[in-house]
Design a protein around this ligand. Structure first.
Ligand code: AMP
Length: 224
C-alpha cells in the first residue's frame, strides 16, 4: 500500500475528530490535530503555549510560522513515514504552500483533502452544546450525547466544562475565520483535484463508510 497522506478539512464541530479516530483505527495512521496540540501546550505552559494562548482565546489563528514548525516536525517523524492524518492544518493558503513544498522536497505528496461539510447553524448548535472533560478532553453534548451524570465525565470522572472558544459568540467568530481563511484553501485543493466532499450531517458511521470507499478508490487508481 502507498502512503496515505491525508488532511481533514471542515468547520469546527464538523466531526473531524470522530472521523479521525475511526480512520486511525482503520489504517494505523498517526493523527495530528493542531487544536489539541496547541491546547496541550497551553496547559503545559510551554513556550509554544505561551505564544499561542492569546490568539486561541480570541478564536484567531496563531501565526503560520509557529504552527508550520509544529506540524512539520511531526510529518518528518518516523511514525509518519507511511502516512499521516492532519486535522486543523493547513488552515490558510500560506500553510498549504509550506506543506506542499515540504512534501515535494521529500518526494511525497498529499493523497487527498477530505472535506466534511456542515452548515453554520448546525455547527453553532453542536459546539455551543459541547462539554469537554478537564482531564482528558473527552467530549459530550448536552442534547445529543449527554453524560450519565450531569457535569461529570463518564470515562474518567472529571468535571465537564464548556471550552472558552465553544461559547456561541466565539463559535461565530471561529466560523467567520474558517470561511474567510479556509475558502481559498478549499479552492486550491479542488483545483489540484485532491478535494473530496462528505456530508457531515449524515450519521458518523455513514460518513466513515463514505470516506473508506473514497480512499479505497484512490488507492486502486494509484495502482493502475
Ligand atoms: P481547533 O480545535 O482546531 O478549532 O483549534 C483551536 C484554536 O487553535 C484555533 O481557534 C486557533 O487559534 C488555533 N489553531 C489550530 N490550528 C491552527 C492552524 N492550523 N493555524 C493557526 N491556528 C490554529
Amino acid at each position: 500500500m502507498g502512503q496515505l497522506n491525508l488532511i481533514l478539512v471542515g468547520p469546527p464541530g464538523a466531526g473531524k475528530g470522530t472521523q479521525a479516530d475511526r480512520l486511525r483505527g482503520d489504517f494505523d495512521l498517526p493523527y495530528y490535530a493542531t487544536g489539541d496540540i496547541l491546547r496541550a501546550a497551553v496547559k503545559e505552559e510551554s513556550e509554544l503555549g505561551r505564544e499561542a494562548k492569546a490568539y486561541m482565546d480570541k478564536g484567531d489563528l496563531v501565526p503560520d510560522a509557529l504552527i508550520c514548525k509544529v506540524i512539520m516536525e511531526r510529518v518528518d517523524s518516523t511514525e509518519a513515514a507511511d502516512g499521516f492524518l492532519l486535522d486543523g492544518f493547513p488552515r490558510t493558503q500560506g500553510q498549504a504552500d509550506v506543506l506542499n513544498d515540504a512534501l515535494e522536497r521529500r518526494g511525497r505528496k498529499l493523497t487527498a483533502a477530505l472535506q466534511i461539510d456542515v452548515p453554520d447553524e448546525e455547527v453553532i448548535r453542536r459546539l455551543s452544546g459541547r462539554r469537554t472533560c478537564v482531564k482528558n478532553g473527552h467530549n459530550y453534548h448536552v442534547e445529543f450525547d449527554p453524560p450519565k451524570n450531569e457535569g461529570v465525565c463518564d470515562q474518567d470522572g472529571s468535571r465537564l466544562i464548556q471550552r472558552d472558544d465553544d461559547k456561541p459568540e466565539t463559535v461565530r467568530h471561529r466560523l467567520d475565520v474558517f470561511h474567510e481563511q479556509t475558502k481559498p484553501l478549499v479552492d486550491y485543493y479542488e483545483k489540484k483535484g485532491l478535494l473530496r466532499h462528505f456530508d457531515g450531517e449524515r450519521p458518523p458511521g455513514e460518513v466513515h463508510a463514505h470516506i473508506r470507499a473514497t480512499l479505497a478508490t484512490l488507492q486502486l487508481e494509484e495502482k493502475l
